[in-house]
Design a protein around this ligand. Structure first.
Ligand SMILES: [Zn+2]
Length: 235
């Protein structure tokens, strides 16, 4: 049997910064501003024929305490990717992040709920898929649009960060492409974007959900390195 041609999607490695012209992330207090990181998933070839796979069980070591030695570097990260920032947190304690899905098609709302369960395996993260975020909570809004301006993007994440702390985040899913992806490929895209919202950057290792390139065969389950990197951020 011929194998179906793989769906592949890319995130742009160089993410656009929006906000005040000329300002950069990591601004000093004198240069406060809302800084927006945009991650674009670029889709160049797609087929909807790939089989749907349930996410693999998370790695057994994923549930260890949210603890890391001070200065522990994240592993396998793309050194050229734009930095992400952490939500306000107490080191070692779980940080709760809500993903608001009001208005999403049920297919994607269900995938956000699956993604929240997968990321919540981390002892550092308590992710909840909800209709609307509670007032004052760490909130990522997930919305859909038909297509991006560049037409090759199936998802992107933009975040408001101030003083190195994430204040809010927004994931945009582009249905013109995601509707044609397998459930596995669409879930990988959504888990990937949720990873950015939680503060993760791209991984170098091909085939991992946080690699800039995913396809219909990417395992949407974060691996041990992803959970270790969350410990490095939040532990
Ligand atoms: Zn990405």
């Amino acid at each position: 049997m011929p194998r179906p041609a793989p769906f592949r999607s890319w995130d742009t490695v160089a993410r656009a910064s929006r906000g005040s012209p000329g300002r950069r992330r990591g601004a000093t207090p004198a240069v406060l501003g809302i800084l927006v990181v945009v991650t674009a998933a670029l889709t160049v070839v797609w087929f909807a024929t790939a089989p749907t796979a349930a996410p693999h069980p998370p790695p057994p070591a994923a549930g260890l305490a949210c603890a890391a030695e001070p200065g522990t570097p994240q592993r396998d990260v793309d050194p050229h990717d734009s930095p992400e920032h952490a939500w306000k947190h107490v080191p070692g304690e779980e940080v709760t992040v809500y993903f608001a899905t009001a208005g999403l098609p049920q297919r994607f709302a269900d995938m956000v709920a699956t993604g929240a369960r997968l990321w919540s395996v981390s002892p550092c993260i308590e992710a909840h898929a909800v209709e609307s975020c509670p007032a004052g909570s760490n909130c990522t809004t997930v919305r859909v649009k038909e297509r991006s301006k560049d037409r090759d993007t199936d998802g992107e994440t933009s975040s408001d960060d101030q003083g190195g702390v994430r204040l809010s985040s927004r994931i945009t899913l582009y249905t013109a492409l995601l509707d044609k992806e397998s459930d596995n490929g669409a879930l990988a895209t959504i888990v990937h974007e949720m990873g950015h919202a939680l503060g993760l950057v791209h991984r170098m290792q091909p085939g991992t959900v946080m690699n800039a390139t995913t396809d219909d065969h990417t395992d949407p389950t974060p691996d041990e390195t992803d959970y270790e990197n969350l410990r490095a951020i939040y532990g």
